[in-house]
Design a binder for this molecule. Structure first.
Ligand SMILES: [Zn+2]
Length: 434
């Protein structure tokens, strides 16, 4: 258990003093105090401070909406040794996330109203808000559509077969037609199985040098293109997850100019690494879709700057040691991402790439909430306190002591990050990250 994460119940009255308040909705930053009474925002700015309130001096810290991640794998049910809804929630709090959407590729998959209810029930005791995605097809086999209407009524907020791309265009068309009736997005892990073949890393000079089977960029971009055209035809919402290639960004940009129901996310790892980083066969860099070359990476950053990419999502994918401590060919795909996310993207996008802090915070807060239709007016008086406080300029080294996940498969271990979450407030709790 992470000794650097300390979760307590919020005191009855709490004041964050002298804090930089970043409102991503109004796109402004101002200095002031924030009073929370009984877990709700009571006052913001300048006000008479009640004498019986606890106070925290937040000089140098920024307070904003709690982060929201549309792409996590919490492995429950079936692989609780890797992660549970509770351990995943702790990892989320350590990273400043107060709200996540869980992918349905568990064992068994979340493909029925009953399994949606299972996640909803088990999440009630968790210190963050958890919204399950339901599977698109029964058993995630890519053939028969699930009972999407009943799953939606049970609490599914969107549908995905993530991990397993929907290969059959007719199945994808039907999925979009049903989801349109529910007005929720389909999130398809876009990789053409035939083109991907047995590729384990990006196809290019590096895969040749390393002697590993390559997965070409076009395996993603052709399926992204198909999905965009089907979304246009059906009028349904499509959210493109973990975009990794320049061609995908181009297709999304073109389609967004005529269809406002298209959204897209990118992961911190696709923004940070390129395929030359695989030179030492680090299996923690084996992900799906793969880490691409540097020009693709730059296209993703440009996609963020131009507003083609709507949000950042971690694709937090815990794996046990034995699944990663093997040869690159045999290792599982995926890495954890919740705890390190903010320090990576703050360093990369703001400090190195010149993005404004407000833009970055939008990518982690109001944009993902907008895509899912979650409430995004979190600094309103009377709103439930769902906040994060971070030191934007704190530089720190990510190590195992910072990990709250049950797994530690991260290529960011040992990396210098800039920007550190200090407090996360969620569901009546305050988590302090030391
Ligand atoms: Zn995926």
């Amino acid at each position: 258990m992470n000794k650097k994460l300390n979760i307590k119940k919020l005191p009855k009255k709490l004041i964050f003093q002298h804090v930089n308040i970043l409102d991503p909705l109004k796109e402004k930053v101002f200095k002031g105090n924030v009073l929370i009474i009984n877990g709700k925002i009571s006052e913001i700015g300048k006000f008479e401070q009640p004498a019986d309130a606890k106070t925290i001096n937040c000089e140098g810290l920024t307070l904003t909406h709690g982060f929201c991640d549309l792409h996590v794998h919490f492995r429950e049910p079936g692989d609780e040794n890797k992660e549970t809804l509770m351990s995943g929630s702790r990892a989320a709090l350590a990273g400043g996330f107060t709200r996540v959407c869980t992918m349905p590729n568990t064992t068994p998959p979340i493909d029925s109203p009953e399994s949606i209810s299972f996640i909803i029930q088990k999440s009630k005791d968790c210190p963050i808000h958890i919204h399950p995605f339901g599977a698109v097809t029964q058993g995630q086999k890519g053939k028969e559509i699930t009972e999407m209407g009943l799953m939606y009524q049970a609490g599914a907020v969107a549908f995905s077969d993530d991990g397993l791309p929907i290969q059959n265009g007719l199945v994808m068309r039907k999925a979009l037609e049903y989801s349109k009736m529910l007005d929720v997005p389909i999130i398809n892990h876009a990789e053409d199985d035939c083109l991907r073949c047995d590729g384990v890393m990006n196809e290019g000079i590096m895969s040749t040098r390393l002697g590993l089977p390559g997965n070409p960029s076009i395996s993603e971009s052709t399926m992204v293109h198909r999905d965009l055209k089907l979304a246009e035809m059906t009028g349904a919402k499509l959210h493109v997850p973990h975009v990794s290639t320049a061609a995908s960004v181009k297709h999304i940009k073109e389609m967004k100019s005529v269809n406002n129901k298209i959204t897209a996310e990118v992961t911190p790892h696709h923004l940070f690494f390129n395929d030359e980083d695989l030179v030492n066969y680090n299996t923690n860099l084996k992900v799906a879709p793969p880490i691409r070359n540097n020009s693709s990476r730059k296209a993703l950053i440009k996609g963020i700057k131009q507003g083609v990419i709507d949000c950042i999502a971690t694709d937090h994918a815990p794996h046990s040691l034995h699944e990663k401590e093997t040869t690159f060919d045999c290792a599982s795909f995926g890495m954890i991402g919740l705890e390190s996310c903010f320090g990576i993207v703050k360093r990369l996008l703001v400090d190195e790439e010149g993005l404004s802090l407000i833009h970055l915070v939008k990518l982690l807060t109001i944009e993902p909430r907008r895509i899912m239709g979650f409430s995004s007016n979190l600094l309103e008086i009377g709103a439930e306190a769902e906040l994060v406080l971070f030191d934007a300029n704190k530089s720190w080294k990510f190590d195992k002591a910072n990990i709250s996940s049950k797994s530690s498969n991260s290529p960011f271990l040992g990396k210098e990050l800039i920007g550190k979450v200090k407090y996360t407030i969620s569901k009546g709790n305050i988590a302090e990250i030391i």
